[in-house]
Write a protein that binds this ligand. Structure first.
Ligand code: ADP
Ligand code: MG
Length: 199
């Protein structure tokens, strides 16, 4: 079973990964975006850390709902509402239990990823974060390591795609040949989950 501390660790490890990779995320957002994805994610996850410290939510669901709400209110870019929705919807799906099973977490993440697809109107193949998130959630049925690898491969597989959603889609065919920044940050979040699950 996974308790509240597990979800706080996930957010902390995710935040550290975002800080470590911020420059790279912004670099990826330069040719096909507006060069703010790293700073958006950094600002958002720094605020998540502060909010979790201040409010000390005491269930897994409450941790993710607060994290999601914080991302929505602190990140101006497209990724804020999308990641915020992912975490908020996942947290809501976990309900008020003090501990959740891996199966419950998988089902909840499924609901969270579905909510991202609904909000953004994107599907796998559109060169967005969903190209990492959808295969990751599918692979969670196997293991956290499989989900991490699926997210990483999904992010790499965005390179030859033409963007059909978000800012990168304005570039049309010129979006081809670049890795999607949001799929890359999604792979970091899933890797953080796999890391805390293995600990
Ligand atoms: P902005 O595009 O507003 O500058 P960011 O740079 O923070 O926001 O995030 C860009 C990322 O958001 C993209 O790389 C993509 O993965 C993701 N994204 C953008 N639009 C959508 C959408 N409609 N559905 C899913 N993900 C999206
Ligand atoms: Mg951007």
């Amino acid at each position: 079973m996974r308790d509240t501390a597990f979800f706080r660790r996930w957010m902390a490890v995710a935040s550290a990964a975002v800080n470590r990779e911020a420059a790279r995320l912004t670099e990826l957002d330069s040719p096909i975006g507006d060069a703010d994805h790293g700073s958006n994610m950094q600002r958002g996850f720094t605020a998540v850390g502060a909010a979790l410290e201040k409010d000390a939510p005491d269930t897994p669901g409450a941790v993710l709902v607060l994290a999601g709400r914080t991302l929505i209110s602190t990140v101006g870019g497209a990724s804020g509402p999308l990641y915020g929705t992912l975490l908020r919807r996942t947290g809501k799906a976990l309900g008020e239990a003090a501990e959740v099973s891996d199966e419950q977490l998988r089902d909840a993440l499924h609901a969270g990823v579905d909510a991202v697809a609904q909000l953004g109107g994107a599907a796998p193949g559109d060169k967005t974060m969903l190209d990492a998130l959808v295969p990751a959630v599918d692979a969670l049925g196997t293991s956290y390591e499989a989900a991490r690898d699926a997210a990483e491969n999904g992010a790499l597989a965005t390179v030859p795609l033409q963007a059909r959603k978000g800012r990168a889609s304005y570039l049309g065919e010129r979006s081809i040949g670049h890795q999607d920044p949001g799929a890359t940050s999604s792979a970091l979040l899933i890797a953080a989950l796999a890391e805390v699950a293995a600990a």
